[in-house]
Design a protein around this ligand. Structure first.
Ligand code: SF4
Ligand code: SF4
Ligand code: SF4
Length: 246
């Protein structure tokens, strides 16, 4: 299936390849080839493609309340977080969510619900959006950002940078930052991501595909060991939630 889209079948691990450590695959990419996600390649010994300044993504607005998977607990759609993190005690009618849909994924799921993303990645992405460009679309009625997609993990530095810029520019307005991910994240960036979400009143949503490692490998092509470690780490932050959350 991936061959049809000109994507690698496995993360490359050649000794002399260029390293990318943005997700647990930790590809070592040979000259002229791409990492498993298809977002970056080894071009003459350097990584080329998506990076912290160049996001391969689509974005759009969703009116609140949305169908976000955390809608039953989040300040945008429930009574949680009012008044510090929500304009309304209940669904935040009249406001909207900036949905940022990142291209590329670190898994190779048997039943991928987004398989069509591979059509945009038959070659290295050519069109990019910078953090500054994304921040410029945020207006007074945007009260949250959701980073999701295929999976946002392979472009985490871009979403972290966008979040920092957006929070710096929010001028007293509410702006929650949320991520929805398969959890296959670099441990180094996990803390920064969770802390941004925590201080802004946002949520981290983990899409755990399976509990048993062998089943996870069968469904996605990769082990879930680091995902479970990451999940444990994120769960530790639950105690740091203070009222107005409950
Ligand atoms: S982000 Fe992409 S290139 Fe980097 S390690 Fe993960 S799959 Fe490989
Ligand atoms: S992005 Fe976050 S705050 Fe906004 S609707 Fe989704 S889960 Fe709720
Ligand atoms: S994690 Fe989601 S987008 Fe990625 S391969 Fe699996 S189903 Fe598809």
């Amino acid at each position: 299936m991936r061959q049809k889209f000109n994507l690698p079948l496995q993360p490359s691990q050649v000794k002399e390849g260029v390293s990318c450590r943005l997700c647990v695959n930790e590809c070592k990419i040979p000259e002229g080839e791409r990492g498993l996600c298809g977002l970056r390649e080894n071009f003459k010994g350097c990584l080329r493609g998506a990076d912290s300044q160049k996001g391969s993504l689509e974005f759009y607005f969703d009116s609140l309340p949305t169908n976000c998977v955390a809608s039953w607990v989040c300040p945008g759609c429930s009574e949680a977080g009012f008044p510090e993190f929500s304009y309304r005690l209940g669904p935040e009618y009249g406001y909207k969510n900036l949905a940022v849909f990142y291209n590329g994924c670190s898994f190779n799921c048997l039943f991928c619900q987004n398989y069509h993303f591979r059509e945009t990645l038959t070659s290295l992405p050519q069109k990019f959006i910078s953090p500054q460009q994304l921040v410029e679309v945020i207006d007074d009625k945007t009260s949250c950002i959701c980073y999701f997609g295929r999976d946002p993990a392979c472009q985490l530095p871009h979403s972290i940078l966008t979040s920092k810029l957006a929070l710096k520019n929010k001028k007293g307005r509410i702006l929650r930052i949320c991520w929805e991910t398969n959890g296959f994240l670099s441990k180094n960036l996990l803390k920064e991501m969770v802390e941004i979400s925590l201080v802004s009143g946002g949520c981290i949503k983990f899409d755990l595909k399976a509990y048993t490692e062998s089943l996870h490998i069968a469904l996605t092509g990769v082990s879930n060991r680091q995902i479970m470690e990451n999940f444990k780490e994120v769960v530790r932050y639950i105690d740091k939630r203070r009222p107005p959350f409950y």
